[in-house]
Design a binder for this molecule. Structure first.
Ligand SMILES: Cc1cc2nc3c(=O)[nH]c(=O)nc-3n(C[C@H](O)[C@H](O)[C@H](O)COP(=O)(O)OP(=O)(O)OC[C@H]3O[C@@H](n4cnc5c(N)ncnc54)[C@H](O)[C@@H]3O)c2cc1C
Ligand code: FES
Length: 253
């Protein structure tokens, strides 16, 4: 697999929800991204200091010279990212993973959970540009976690689900799909494993799911992200994923 390294310059880095930040970057490397749902792998500190592993992040939006990531602070690496200022440079591997397909359909349902929401935004923009009707269901724990509702509203109808019921529908994204009887030709999802499992149990034929499994190298060398699927003994999420078809996913016990 080919991997492209480049330096990207930070344009902005702002908090948009509880512990969640949006970072916009500029650089030629953005031109290496070829599909919505691909990810970048960011070297957050130098090899001499921790953390030395790269950190994978989905691309939320891109064009030939720019990209946006949205990240939640969960540990040292993402905490260090919050300190980046406009003009700082980040060493990135770009255009990683397969990304979402753009099938010939009339209606798409985007289902995002937490920081699984970002890659669905670029996907929604590209599907809408092809004339596809977009409905989005965005799931969060609480109102303080909600982000990008306005951006998704520009694509079509949006339902927000919160686990504690503090904003819009109470429950999971799948609860909302059932309750509202939402229609679609294909669904496209990214989020926590539990949400993806629930979607496969709901419909294992007409969906694509993006997995944000823990990774090592991020480009196919270490096997650290291998996952069992129905069609093969295993797939490496970083190369043959992160997007898998619902029909090949084995639901976790
Ligand atoms: C393909 C892909 C795309 C991703 N896209 C995004 C994104 O768009 N936005 C975003 O916020 N995050 C995303 N992630 C997750 C992100 O990579 C991790 O949150 C990040 O690497 C954590 O780094 P850290 O040094 O801050 O935390 P660490 O110190 O490495 O870990 C802190 C805590 O978070 C847990 N953790 C770390 N990584 C993961 C993971 N992948 N899944 C579940 N728990 C984890 C650890 O077990 C630990 O408890 C993505 C992951 C993958 C594989
Ligand atoms: S993370 Fe190393 S093979 Fe996928």
């Amino acid at each position: 697999m080919r991997k492209y390294q480049d330096w990207m310059t930070v344009l902005s880095n702002r908090q948009i929800a509880k512990d969640v930040y949006e970072m916009k970057l500029e650089g030629e490397g953005a031109g290496k991204i070829s599909a919505p749902g691909q990810f970048v792998n960011i070297k957050i500190a130098s090899l001499e200091s921790q953390p030395y592993l790269r950190r994978p992040m989905s691309v939320c939006e891109y064009d030939d010279h720019h990209l946006t990531i949205i990240y939640k602070v969960v540990g040292k690496g993402t905490q260090l990212l919050t300190e980046k200022k406009p003009g700082d440079q980040l060493d990135m591997l770009l255009g990683l993973g397969n990304g979402f397909p753009l099938p010939d359909i009339k209606e798409a349902l985007l289902v995002g959970g937490g920081v699984g929401v970002p890659p669905l935004y670029e996907l929604g923009k590209q599907l809408k540009a092809r004339g596809v009707k977009i409905t989005s269901v965005l799931g969060f724990n609480s109102q303080c976690d909600v982000f990008y509702e306005t951006q998704f509203k520009a694509l079509g109808e949006v339902y927000v689900a919160t686990m504690d019921g503090s904003y819009q529908d109470q429950g999971t994204a799948v609860d909302v799909i059932r309750k509202r009887g939402l229609s679609y030709d294909r669904y496209f999802a990214c989020g926590p494993e539990k949400m993806l499992d629930a979607l496969v149990l709901f419909d294992d034929k007409n969906g694509y799911l993006s997995f944000e499994a823990r990774m090592g190298c991020g480009f196919g060398a270490c096997m650290g992200c291998s996952c069992k699927v129905k069609t093969k003994p295993y797939k490496r999420i970083c190369v043959e994923g992160p997007v898998l078809e619902a029909s090949e996913v084995i639901v976790h016990e």
